[in-house]
Design a binder for this molecule. Sequence first.
Ligand SMILES: CC(C)(COP(=O)(O)OP(=O)(O)OC[C@H]1O[C@@H](n2cnc3c(N)ncnc32)[C@H](O)[C@@H]1OP(=O)(O)O)[C@@H](O)C(=O)NCCC(=O)NCCS
Length: 185
Amino acid sequence: MGLPWDFHAIGGDGVSIDLLCDDDFEALYELQSDPDVCRYMLYEPRSRERVAEVLARDAAATRLEKVGDYVQPAIRDASGALVGTLYFHLTSVDDRTAEIGWALLAREQGKGYARTAAALLLDAAFGEIGLHRVYAELDPRNEASVALCLRLGMRHEAHFVEHMWSKGEWTDTGQYAVLEREWRR
Ligand SMILES: CC(C)(COP(=O)(O)OP(=O)(O)OC[C@H]1O[C@@H](n2cnc3c(N)ncnc32)[C@H](O)[C@@H]1OP(=O)(O)O)[C@@H](O)C(=O)NCCC(=O)NCCS
């Protein structure tokens, strides 16, 4: 138990998380080129070439050991099809802290996939990975993401005003977090 942690597939009730693979390309392109999905993401809609680069890069990111390491697993439905992705980024080893993020295909939103997948990852985070705190950062205008944080039992901890220049405007950032002991409750 603990760090370093090598990613492995985690299965749940009709939802699993697993590493990205080449077969995910078309669904990942649908996700990352969709202007609505990207509205509150840090990146602009991506080209096919850029998605191919990102897929190769993220499929190879499998170990959490040092600050900056991340995994970006696929969220899969019962058939194994990609419905979205999670992002899990080790931001402190000393403080055993990570950042979590999520994105679902527009046609797969509103079905509980993000919540179920994030809960699987948080179980691992506070179980086998041995973390103390996991947080999410978001644009407070992103109501679906705020609602997901609250459904996961994350606490609203901060609101940074005009914290970041993003997509041509000063943008606020909200931070939500949950501790290991809170998740266990
Ligand atoms: C943020 C995002 C992942 C949330 O997705 P989501 O589908 O709303 O979240 P969940 O998977 O938790 O699903 C919850 C919704 O499914 C519904 N639902 C249906 N069946 C469900 C089930 N079996 N279990 C749980 N929820 C279910 C819930 O009622 C809820 O809908 P509601 O908000 O209308 O009440 C999604 O809006 C998204 O991908 N946005 C674009 C990318 C983005 O902005 N990412 C975040 C950047 S910070």
